[in-house]
Design a protein around this ligand. Structure first.
Ligand code: ATP
Ligand code: MG
Length: 671
């Protein structure tokens, strides 16, 4: 069994694996390390990754990309509406308000949600990793943007489950990068933290994080981000060229999805060239629209002008990080950059301006996230032996707990985790109640998601004491390994021992050591375990049932989607076998005809028989292009079998005769 780390990017994915003590980025079925985050549907089969992106221009309506940013959201979410302007597929609201991406698959229009499309992509990554590693792949660590909210994280976990992946941890992308950096550094000290800034500027997002490294450990300090990336630069340049073409050629690229896509593809290439070259560079597209060839040019300084608003936001994100991490410029050891768009020279200049350090490229800019995730997976999985490295991540947003009133008991609220609190972590909260009550967990600050609510937990079976007084209910509020916030348990502590239990609970919470959060199972050594022996004293503590409404699919939906995915995997398999059978028959027809007509088999068959077989082969060839174009696998295999029966004796005669003289020579030598 192997362990992998997945960087699920908005534009492309990378998978790394731990193999014999080394971390290796795996190649896919096209021998490439980047797998485009695209899924396409073509009649009977799904096409995923490189092949999907390659056929996008000719199958626009049934090719879907850009779904990472739709995870866990509803159709009418303004963010979704904005994202949809750059997704050419047909997208509708489903009955429950969720996003339904409409594609033609298996001869009918079908809807798939972003979670299902992500699961399809994960299925592909799982298959290509298994092929590269030549072993089953189950355990993984998946990286996600640091700004992903609870709903998006849960949706990503659901997608992984649909694809049959066992996620040991959802890890923030910059934290994965930090691990990929720190793990191999052997000049870190116990008492003198090394503060490093990590900048990841990708296709749709910018993330900047500050991290403190000590010997064998890393601790994230703060993160800032913005939802801008390379695609915003492409769009800004797209607007410019579309306007120019309108004026010069009187054509409107924006009215034609295919032309728009071709323009953006050429712009992306031009943008990459501009990173390496400051001179004027050409942009040419043949037969762009109405058979008109277009040509233009651009140089780096012009691009920088057009993208000034994006670059301004980049600068602000860096400045915010400097302020929020509370680091002085002199405290910063270096600024490491990853992500495709960090190759843009003006972004590197901004780093130098803000942090007073040159941008450093110690890490592989494309592969660092997946490599860090693979390292984390190796550290957590018992299947691989690797040195320990402690990772203390952060909760990116403040979290509040609110409880409702009951009788004379007042409602209340508390900020249970301030922004940038260590994660994973658990805190205990004691509330006195006579009956069942509701507890809500909400974000305590503005988050990039329309609803601030994380979930509502109904605490059941709470009863007053015999004297009619309230009882202490101890809630364990937890940010888990995946950055998901939840109430993991509720315990009723009987009145006479309540004080002791509350004291034990309080002490347990204060004993939590964020720096020692993870052991090799990934579970934090937190309040519950440390408080366990103290709990014995409060032996009348009883676990209360919890009923919760939070993000993610219901178990029934999850099981349906999982079954649907397995069925689609089965279909793809069947379709691949069918096409293979057809190709095998076609190949045999050509090969045998060549051998029988002027080829090596011609002299081993009587003329009448030879003519009969060749004519049959000609008929088969025609059939393959007409009625036989789209048949079941068995029909191709049975036709191939029938051909073998006819032609195998000829082949045998030919090989017997070819070996004949050798056999004769052998006999001669032995006499
Ligand atoms: P995200 O992290 O936003 O989810 P991603 O991980 O798929 O997306 P990356 O692979 O890090 O994104 O980066 C892709 C982006 O980087 C694209 O917009 C691409 O055009 C851009 N890019 C790649 N190389 C260069 C380059 N040399 N110069 C400028 N931009 C580049
Ligand atoms: Mg990325």
């Amino acid at each position: 069994m192997s362990v992998i780390g997945i960087d699920f990017g908005n534009e492309s994915c990378y998978v790394a694996a731990a193999r014999s003590g080394e971390i290796e980025t795996l190649a896919n079925d096209y021998s490439l390390r980047a797998t485009p985050s695209f899924v396409a549907f073509d009649g009977k089969k799904r096409i995923i990754g490189v092949a999907a992106k390659n056929q996008q221009v000719t199958n626009m309506k049934n090719t879907v990309g850009g779904f990472k940013r739709l995870l866990g959201r509803k159709f009418n979410d303004p963010h979704v509406q904005h994202e949809l302007t750059s997704i050419p597929a047909r997208v509708e609201a489903r009955g429950d308000g969720s996003i339904g991406i409409k594609v033609n698959y298996l001869g009918e229009d079908q809807h798939f949600g972003p979670e299902q499309l992500t699961a399809m992509l994960f299925t592909k990554l799982k298959e290509t990793s298994a092929a590269a590693m030549q072993t089953q792949v189950n355990d993984c660590v998946i990286a996600c943007p640091v700004f992903f909210t609870n709903a998006e994280r849960k949706a990503l976990l659901d997608a992984a489950q649909i694809a049959g992946l066992n996620v040991l941890r959802l890890m923030n992308e910059t934290t994965a990068t930090a691990l990929a950096y720190g793990f191999y550094k052997n000049d870190l000290f116990e008492d003198k933290p090394r503060n490093v800034i990590f900048v990841d500027f990708g296709h749709s997002s910018l993330q900047a994080s500050a991290c403190a490294f000590t010997k064998g450990k890393l601790k994230m300090l703060a993160s800032t981000w913005d939802q801008i990336g390379g695609r915003d630069i492409d769009l800004a340049l797209g607007d410019y060229f579309a306007k120019e073409f309108q004026e010069r050629y009187k054509i409107n690229a924006k009215t034609n999805a295919r032309a728009n896509l071709r323009l953006l593809t050429e712009i992306e290439k031009l943008k990459k060239q501009m990173s390496a070259n400051s001179t004027k560079l050409p942009l040419n597209i043949e037969c762009f629209l109405d058979d008109i060839d277009v040509s233009s040019s651009m140089q780096r300084s012009q691009m920088e002008e057009l993208c000034a608003p994006v670059l301004q936001r980049v600068e602000q994100t860096f400045k915010r990080l400097l302020a929020e991490s509370k680091l002085q410029l002199d405290d910063i050891h270096s600024v490491e950059i990853v992500g495709g768009s960090s190759r843009i020279p003006s972004v590197k200049q901004l780093i130098e301006q803000v942090f007073n350090k040159p941008a450093s490229t110690t890490l592989n800019q494309d592969e660092a996230v997946s490599r860090g995730a693979a390292l984390q997976c190796a550290i957590m999985s018992p299947a691989v032996r690797v040195r320990e490295f402690g990772v203390t991540d952060i909760q990116n947003y403040a979290v509040k707990v609110l409880w409702d009133s009951e009788g004379s008991a007042a409602p209340g609220e508390i900020e249970i985790f301030p922004q940038y609190h260590a994660s994973p972590f658990s805190r205990l909260l004691t509330i006195n109640r006579k009956g069942p009550f509701n507890v809500s967990i909400v974000y305590g600050q503005q988050v990039p998601y329309p609803d601030q609510t994380i979930g509502v937990w109904k605490v059941k079976d709470v009863k007053p004491t015999e004297r009619g007084e309230g009882q202490d209910v101890k809630l364990k509020v937890r940010i888990n390994n995946n950055g998901i916030v939840l109430i993991s348990s509720a315990t009723l502590v009987e009145k006479k021992e309540a004080e002791e239990a509350a004291a034990a609970a309080e002490q347990a919470a204060s004993e939590e050591k964020p720096g020692d959060q993870t052991n090799n199972t990934g579970e934090p050594a937190d309040g519950q375990q440390e408080g366990a022996d103290k709990k014995k004293k409060a032996s009348k503590a009883t676990e209360l049932p919890l009923e919760c409404t939070t993000h993610g699919f219901s178990p029934v939906d999850l099981s349906n989607y999982t079954q649907q995915e397995s069925k689609m995997i089965g279909n793809d398999q069947k379709e691949t076998e069918r096409i293979d059978a057809k190709n095998a028959l076609e190949e045999f027809v050509y090969d045998m005809r060549n051998k029988l007509q002027g080829g090596p088999f011609e002299r081993y068959v009587v003329e009448a028989e030879r003519e009969k077989i060749v004519s049959q082969l000609n008929d088969l060839e025609n059939w393959l292009y007409e009625d036989g174009e789209d048949c079941e696998r068995d029909i191709y295999t049975s036709r191939l079998q029938a051909l073998h029966q006819k032609t195998d004796p000829i082949k045998l005669r030919a090989s017997d005769y070819e070996q004949g003289p050798a056999a004769f020579d052998e006999l001669k030598n032995s006499i």
